[in-house]
Ligand binder design. Structure first.
Ligand SMILES: Cc1cc2nc3c(=O)[nH]c(=O)nc-3n(C[C@H](O)[C@H](O)[C@H](O)COP(=O)(O)OP(=O)(O)OC[C@H]3O[C@@H](n4cnc5c(N)ncnc54)[C@H](O)[C@@H]3O)c2cc1C
Ligand SMILES: NC(=O)c1ccc[n+]([C@@H]2O[C@H](COP(=O)([O-])OP(=O)(O)OC[C@H]3O[C@@H](n4cnc5c(N)ncnc54)[C@H](OP(=O)(O)O)[C@@H]3O)[C@@H](O)[C@H]2O)c1
Length: 262
């Protein structure tokens, strides 16, 4: 495959499996001219061959890596029989991945103004954009507190947990994270020590999340990002808007920014 006006062809440099046949991360080379804001997504293409004819399947993928990293990193589910992930999960280090030259998305902190507490509420691979946001120094300069919630079915799916907890010792971000980061892992299907066990929607509704994070949802202070399972995102959006929180729109900053994955 060769670069075109629409996309570049990148090389896979690293693959990490979190849960075999379900969750993995993939690193690729990054074209020097590829720019993005933390929280945005890329469009990735994999070549597939059907009845002897080759074509490229494209899907949206949040960028995990920081805007200043030399590589790009993505965090992926494997959907059994899924057109894109069946191909992606077969690739190995050294293989090619297409990357659209354009980057996309509005799940970015510049949608907000004047917040003090940044809430990042995710399910499954919806964690991905929030990792990039955590690696952005601006996040820590702008907010007094950052609450990251990651809900998964089973404990092994708490991907990036070591890295998130390790942020408190990070060379540059550590001084901020040690004071400001509240990480809330949630495991819904297997009783697990030291994590919350109910769905985020319930934890928000019954006040348990606020209690656990020792932080209140507050119109003046809270800026809330939702990412992942569309039912979760929609249910939370409803809960928050019923309490008077508003969705940020272009030119009209509010309290909420949302992204559905399917
Ligand atoms: C803005 C945006 C950003 C995205 N970022 C990511 C990302 O960072 N990582 C990622 O893995 N996916 C992400 N997705 C989903 C991704 O684009 C594909 O849907 C996914 O790769 C599956 O592709 P597929 O062709 O194998 O299955 P599809 O035919 O696309 O999906 C089939 C079904 O699989 C389920 N499904 C799809 N994606 C997921 C998922 N991520 N987690 C759990 N179930 C899923 C849904 O039930 C969906 O109907 C994103 C989607 C959008 C719109
Ligand atoms: N063995 C497997 O399960 C397996 C293997 C390979 C691939 N897959 C693929 O993985 C996909 C599932 O991925 P996933 O587990 O990351 O996604 P998910 O089903 O969205 O679950 C992730 C987290 O979101 C929670 N959640 C789901 N719907 C919610 C809602 N309406 N409100 C609040 N919280 C909600 C889940 O809680 P609950 O636990 O309460 O639902 C779980 O904690 C499957 O569709 C399949 O394609 C699954």
């Amino acid at each position: 495959m060769l670069d075109t006006d629409k996309y570049t062809v990148e090389t896979i440099t690293h693959i990490h499996t979190w849960v075999p046949e379900k969750l993995f991360s993939i690193r690729t080379t990054r074209p020097p001219q590829y720019r993005f804001i933390a929280g945005q997504f890329a469009r990735l293409g994999v070549e597939k061959v059907h009845d002897g004819t080759a074509s490229i399947a494209w899907r949206a993928y949040s960028i995990v890596s920081a805007p200043y990293d030399e590589h790009l990193e993505f965090f992926s589910i494997v959907v059994p029989g899924g057109e894109f992930t069946s191909e992606l999960s077969r690739l190995a280090v050294g293989d090619s991945l297409c990357l659209e030259r354009m980057n996309y998305g509005f799940l970015t902190t510049d949608r907000f103004e004047c917040g003090k507490d940044l809430w990042l509420l995710s399910s499954g691979t919806g964690l991905a954009p929030f990792l990039s946001i955590l690696y952005d120094i601006k996040t820590w300069e702008d907010y007094e507190r950052v609450v990251l919630v990651h809900s998964v079915r089973e404990p092994g799916e708490l991907a990036y947990r070591g890295l998130i907890e390790g942020l408190r010792q990070h060379e540059y971000l550590g001084e901020y994270a040690a004071e400001k980061l509240i990480y809330v892992p949630v495991v819904t299907r297997v009783p697990t020590p030291d994590v919350l066990g109910k769905r985020i929607t319930e934890l928000v509704g019954n006040g348990e999340l606020e209690q656990f994070a020792r932080t209140r949802f507050d119109h003046d202070r809270s800026r809330i990002m939702l990412c992942g399972n569309p039912d979760m995102v929609e249910d939370l959006r409803k809960q928050f808007t019923e309490k008077g929180f508003t969705v940020s729109k272009r030119g009209k900053p509010g309290h909420l920014a949302v992204e559905n994955y399917w």
